[in-house]
Design a protein. Sequence first.
Length: 206
Amino acid sequence: MLCLKVPTDSAWALEAMRDLDAVLVDHAHCELKAASNSLSLAARYPLDREIVRALTDLAREEIDHFQRVLSELASRGRQLGAPAIDDYAVGLRRAANELPRASHGNPLVDRLLVGALIEARSCERFRLLVEALDHTEAPRHLHDLWADLFASEAQHYRVFVDLAVRAAGGDRKQTIARLDWLADAEARIVVGLATRTQAVRATIHG
């Protein structure tokens, strides 16, 4: 799906359905981190107004999603709690740092591509949740929430890729080549985390 090289294990949706509260808590933290990341990039790379505007728009959407998920947690009587260490995102950023220096010399490109991959994996897993909920008697509003997040993550993926191309001076060929390399790394990270934990986790990434 999108640029992903390995699919999520089919057992993931079953585990997620068994512990939807854990999925909601994990995703709430993901939304906060995504908003923070977009704002951080806008602050660190302020020279292109269009990129800054797009990143701040993304941050606004991520905060809106966070509030929707937080409201769902509140209705379930669940606390947000502290975020877990995100080995998936850490691994992706490390992989981006290992990429050969690009001819355009703009590190923002790779940071945007990392964002694209994170959105792609989120999108894939929300699709799995939507499909799983279709076969249950779960409340309709929860199905609608996952469906809205699925659509939004797909859109955010495309925005990040387009912004990366813009940051690369319009060089789509090189940008997509770097995305492809990072997608290979993302696949290794997902497989590696599954092997290391020896268990399917009800998380949106990893």
